[in-house]
Write a protein of this length. Structure first.
Length: 211
C-alpha cells in the first residue's frame, strides 16, 4: 500500500520542477511571431508545446497543492496560531508573507525600478531572437495567412509565385493553404520559404507585370 502523503509530496515536487523548467524556457523564448516564423525550438519542442506543457503542469501543480494543503491542514493552521495556541491572523509571519506578495503585485503593475529592469531584461532576451533572424516576416503572423492573402498583403503575383515554387520543388502549394502549412509540408520554416519568395527573380517578374 502506497503512502498518499509521500505520493502527493513527490508528485508536487516533480510538477513544480517541470513547471519551473517550462517557465524558464518561455522566459527566454522569442515572441510568438518570431518563434512561428523561424520554427524555433529547444530540445525538439516548439514554443506552443512548451506553453501547453506549462499550462497543464500548472493545473497539475494546483490540483496537487489542494491535496497537499488538505493533508497538511493541521500544521498549516498551527502557523496561524499565536504562542498561547489561539487562532490569530495577526501573527508576524503571515503579515510578512502578505507584505512580500503584495509588494511583488504592486511592484510589477507599477513598474518599480527593480521590477522594471527585470521586465526590460525579459523583453530584451525575447527581442534578441528577432535580431538573429535572417529575414523578418513582412507583417505580424504572416505564416498564418493563406498564400492568396499573403500575395495580396505583400503585392506579389500569385501565379508567378506558384511557378517559382514549382521551379524550387516546393510541394503542395495552393492559394488556400497557409504559409505555415506549405512550409511544414516541405520540412522548412516559413522564414526559409519566404527566402525563396523574395528572390530577385520573383521581384523582376513582379515588376514586369506591373509595367
Amino acid at each position: 500500500m502506497y503512502n498518499l502523503r509521500r505520493f502527493i509530496s513527490l508528485s508536487l515536487t516533480l510538477s513544480f520542477l517541470m513547471m519551473t523548467f517550462t517557465g524558464v524556457i518561455l522566459f527566454i523564448a522569442p515572441k510568438g511571431r518570431v518563434a512561428n516564423w523561424t520554427n524555433w525550438d529547444i530540445l525538439g519542442l516548439d514554443k506552443t508545446q512548451y506553453e501547453n506543457l506549462h499550462i497543464t503542469f500548472s493545473l497539475l501543480f494546483f490540483t496537487l497543492m489542494v491535496f497537499h494543503i488538505y493533508l497538511n491542514w493541521k500544521p498549516l493552521i498551527a502557523y496561524l496560531k499565536n504562542k498561547s495556541r489561539a487562532f490569530s491572523l495577526l501573527n508576524k509571519e503571515l503579515i510578512l508573507a502578505l507584505v512580500l506578495n503584495f509588494f511583488f503585485f504592486i511592484g510589477t503593475l507599477n513598474y518599480y525600478p527593480a521590477f522594471e529592469e527585470f521586465l526590460d531584461f525579459h523583453d530584451d532576451v525575447k527581442s534578441s531572437w528577432e535580431k538573429k533572424s535572417s529575414t523578418r516576416a513582412p507583417y505580424g503572423h504572416a505564416e498564418l495567412s493563406t498564400l492568396e492573402e499573403f500575395t495580396e498583403q505583400t503585392g506579389m503575383n500569385l501565379e508567378n509565385l506558384m511557378r517559382k515554387f514549382d521551379a524550387k520543388n516546393i510541394k503542395g502549394a495552393s492559394k488556400e493553404k497557409t504559409i505555415e502549412e506549405i512550409a511544414k509540408e516541405n520540412a522548412i520554416s516559413p522564414e526559409q520559404l519566404f527566402e525563396l519568395i523574395k528572390t530577385k527573380n520573383v521581384t523582376k517578374i513582379k515588376q514586369g507585370d506591373e509595367q
